[in-house]
Design a protein around this ligand. Sequence first.
Ligand SMILES: Nc1ncnc2c1ncn2[C@@H]1O[C@H](COP(=O)(O)OP(=O)(O)OP(=O)(O)O)[C@@H](O)[C@H]1O
Ligand SMILES: [Mg+2]
Length: 257
Amino acid sequence: MYPPNASPVLALYDVTKVHGHGDAAVRALDGVSLALPAGGFTAVMGPSGSGKSTLLHCAAGLDRPTSGSVVVDGHALESLDETALTRLRRERMGFVFQSFNLVPTLTVAQNVTLPLEFAGRRSSPAVVRTLLERLGLANRADRMPAELSGGQQQRVAIARAMLARPAVLFADEPTGALDTQAAREVLDLLREAVRESGQTVVMVTHDPVAASYADSVIFFADGRIDGSLPRPDAATVAARMARLASAVPAAQAGGVR
Ligand SMILES: Nc1ncnc2c1ncn2[C@@H]1O[C@H](COP(=O)(O)OP(=O)(O)OP(=O)(O)O)[C@@H](O)[C@H]1O
Ligand SMILES: [Mg+2]
């Protein structure tokens, strides 16, 4: 699919993240190293509280690791000040959340172009129109988010994340609030963005079927990588998750440490 020696678009080197202090400290990431080549679709799975969201937030520069290095598109995030990090995030990273996070008082088209405008860049109406068409939203451009279904709102959030052609698109449980059909449409779109535009996607999910849309799955347990599975199928992923869940002490299964 891509040359094996291609330099990674996202790399983590021995990343740790400790939330809180003293007795309340939680080691959410415990020495995570990984390298993802450009143009791949990677799913991240693991029990609740295993550190998946923390991983995504540190990789996307939304949160700072306690130690270690994160390199996105050739930039070591720890070497950037807040202004430079914000700029890199706007220009080279997209983020899709479970809860869509659209601005309710803006139209679909305005929501999609908002990050570019924050970055002081103009968006071409033709590019926005083509993107909305691709995501099945051509006739929704002037609607307000509240007039759309959950699946349509998530597709708007994906359009917003993709408009700047980010080096990496991060998605934290993007189908978590959707029914089966809407989830399938969102997953098809993400996979299509990878196949047709060479987009790199990293997606956290709890759903083995969602994970099966990815090129590979990284399993996470207790803040560490616990293996990976290329060309995943839902049944193998589900079996692996069941083993991981049974290996987690009950006190940790709900994220309590
Ligand atoms: N801001 C925070 N302050 C303190 N502890 C936190 C914070 N964020 C996360 N944690 C803790 O860090 C650990 C990892 O949390 P994280 O949200 O990354 O897990 P997750 O794998 O995404 O879980 P879920 O599947 O439930 O979303 C958990 O024990 C959690 O309670
Ligand atoms: Mg999470």
